[in-house]
Design a binder for this molecule. Sequence first.
Ligand SMILES: *[C@@H]1O[C@H](CO)[C@@H](O)[C@H](O)[C@H]1NC(C)=O
Ligand SMILES: *[C@@H]1O[C@H](CO)[C@@H](O)[C@H](O)[C@H]1NC(C)=O
Ligand SMILES: *[C@@H]1O[C@H](CO)[C@@H](O)[C@H](O)[C@H]1NC(C)=O
Ligand SMILES: *[C@@H]1O[C@H](CO)[C@@H](O)[C@H](O)[C@H]1NC(C)=O
Ligand SMILES: *[C@@H]1O[C@H](CO)[C@@H](O)[C@H](O)[C@H]1NC(C)=O
Ligand SMILES: *[C@@H]1O[C@H](CO)[C@@H](O)[C@H](O)[C@H]1NC(C)=O
Length: 685
Amino acid sequence: MYQIVSATVGDIGHSAMSPYSTPKRKRVGRPSRKLIASTAVGFILVLAAIVAWCYYSASLHKADLLTTEHLDLNKHGYVIRNQAGVVILRMQFRSGTLDLDSCSKEGKIINCDKSNSGNINFFIQTVKPKDTVTCYRVRWDEMEERRLVEHAMSCGGSHWYGGAETWSQHWPIAVKGQRSPEPFIAGDIYSNHQAFGGILERYWLSSNATAIKINDSVPFHLGWDEANKTLLFQSRYDKSPYRSDPGQSHYVTLSYRVCVGLDITSIHKYMVRRYFNKPNKVPSEAVFRYPIWSTRALAEVNQEAFLKYASDIQKHDFNCSHLELYDGYTSDYGDFEFDTMKFPNASAMFQKLCADGFQVTLWTHPFVNYNSVNFGFGVERGLFVRAPGGQLPALVHWWNGIAGILDFTNTETRDWYASNLQALKNKYGVASFKFDAGETSYLPLDFSTFIPLHDPSTFTRRYTEMAIPFSDRAELRSGYQSQNISCFFRIMDRGSVWGYDLGIKSIIPTVLTISILGYQFILPDIVGGNSHTDRTGGLPDRELYIRWLELSAFMPAMTFSLPPWLYDDEVVNIARKFTALHESLVAPRVLELAGEVLYTGDPIIRPLWWIATDDEVAYNIDSQFLIGDDLLVAPVLEPGKQERDIYLPAGRWRSYKGEYFDKGPIHLTDYPVDLDEVAYFVWSG
Ligand SMILES: *[C@@H]1O[C@H](CO)[C@@H](O)[C@H](O)[C@H]1NC(C)=O
Ligand SMILES: *[C@@H]1O[C@H](CO)[C@@H](O)[C@H](O)[C@H]1NC(C)=O
Ligand SMILES: *[C@@H]1O[C@H](CO)[C@@H](O)[C@H](O)[C@H]1NC(C)=O
Ligand SMILES: *[C@@H]1O[C@H](CO)[C@@H](O)[C@H](O)[C@H]1NC(C)=O
Ligand SMILES: *[C@@H]1O[C@H](CO)[C@@H](O)[C@H](O)[C@H]1NC(C)=O
Ligand SMILES: *[C@@H]1O[C@H](CO)[C@@H](O)[C@H](O)[C@H]1NC(C)=O
């Protein structure tokens, strides 16, 4: 920062003064004989002093130019300090260095127009939108056709949250290994462990009360480096699915906003209110109260099995918000009709289910396989995303075969898709749909859409909009700027494993992450995970299933697929106990908080630091969470454990067993939690 500038000042001062100190000493030994000479020397000395002083003050002035109240800029980057003077953000310019001589300061704006490699337009503007919030708008425009702009943010000193769902999800973010910047687009982390997940936003938040939001218009790529503990923010069009506007220059811009507040919770609240979309209504209350029952992990999907599944739910005295008929009800992927081999009389089936009090949702997705009756029609009508420059669909490979992918930028496609869903709804009385996939990564490598996409993530956003007419009970698993689609968002499919890699331990980190990204009506995955796709053939581990269902009971909504009666009576009883607890204890709180989301965007499921912003321990807790501010949940997530360590932040807490803890913050070690229990604590003043 300006240490570099002042070091230069010191050097100049030293070299300017030293040659003249020798004559000074000589003068002492000599009489007045060379008075003129010494006067001349004295004059030069004074002159030199003046020159040095001018230099010095000019440099000071320069240093001053590149410093605002809490930000110091140098040619390699900048740092931001908080009120107390502590450095809270470090950013390094990786794609070029500033030519500081080209910089100027006017009011709250620092401007530079040259880098080491050419003309740029760089500025940092300080704005104070509120007394307690300071924001820095940062923008680097390359004025010559250039490859990229990259800034590296240091994330070693504090804890960071946000960004995207990931395969191995940690809370706070764990920067592991090294990744050169890749397009920050929604991907399928179940099939590609390296991808960014299906729900993502260009937003990060740190324990140093700092938040960063990358501008929507940036062709944004994200990388990282464990060795340097940095996140790399890169803007480029080269080797990238982002397209520059043909009407505009190809110049690359990186722009973002860093905002600093009093503490992490208050700065997050500010950012969410200011920059995030918010839902405009709370979806179906029933889904928050009663479990969804999905055929997803069942071995057999047909009319008889589905009716039996429904009657078993009733026979075992469970409630059901709706049944979700998953994959496998059509003959070919892309059809909107029941396979009559498997469902000989779908109308009769729906009548029976309706008479028994069931609502039903159906599975849908953006693909039409080449063997579907709708494929030829779609090609003729131009409903698919096309290969560049042609009329033919660009085929994509998804987990159920080869397909055209519907082009949701095309109004005709949207109308056709929506009318097919509406027809199913009308014909059978279907309640809503589970909209699967939608990740941007399912677009072909080279593609063209009806309305050109500068930012490919717009595809994900357009797909999520298809859920709007069905939003009351609709379920999505992808989202980009989709917080205002007022439906349920499901985290990515988990495996039936203990652990972080899409296992049970990743549920809390993932739910907290998408909560921070502004998605609050969250469905954790099906109880027990997707054992059917792990090809183990059998049921998930019994203990894993129980711990999973206990954790789910404290989430905004629960989903079963493999039913508890596939195990034994004890599992059925535990499931009854926790669905009832979900309904009586959790759902009323969640519904109250859900109403607030419409105005605030605040999480329903909150990290411990939400109420303990000064507590360093709270920032690392990834196996406990809060519902609102006053219900703390600590489920057991380890195999073979009937106890766990629990951390209670400062305050007075009453355990579910009735004990009071008020000498907080407090660590409870080996706190006993039986197989049929979840430890939870209520704030009591
Ligand atoms: C953030 O805060 C911690 C102290 O909590 C400090 O050690 C760290 O250096 C700070 N700054 C950055 C840039 O992370
Ligand atoms: C951010 O992007 C918007 C367009 O999405 C643009 O109008 C605005 O000027 C950009 N802000 C900065 C600081 O570049
Ligand atoms: C770490 O940062 C330095 C610059 O500070 C950079 O030269 C180096 O390439 C980075 N390390 C890696 C592994 O990228
Ligand atoms: C389907 O069942 C209904 C009775 O629910 C019946 O009226 C109808 O004829 C059946 N259709 C077929 C094709 O079997
Ligand atoms: C969501 O917000 C965006 C603005 O970011 C707006 O264009 C869109 O119409 C909104 N959609 C709904 C369903 O409210
Ligand atoms: C089903 O709902 C009823 C009525 O709300 C409730 O009393 C009962 O506990 C619920 N049963 C289970 C197993 O959740």
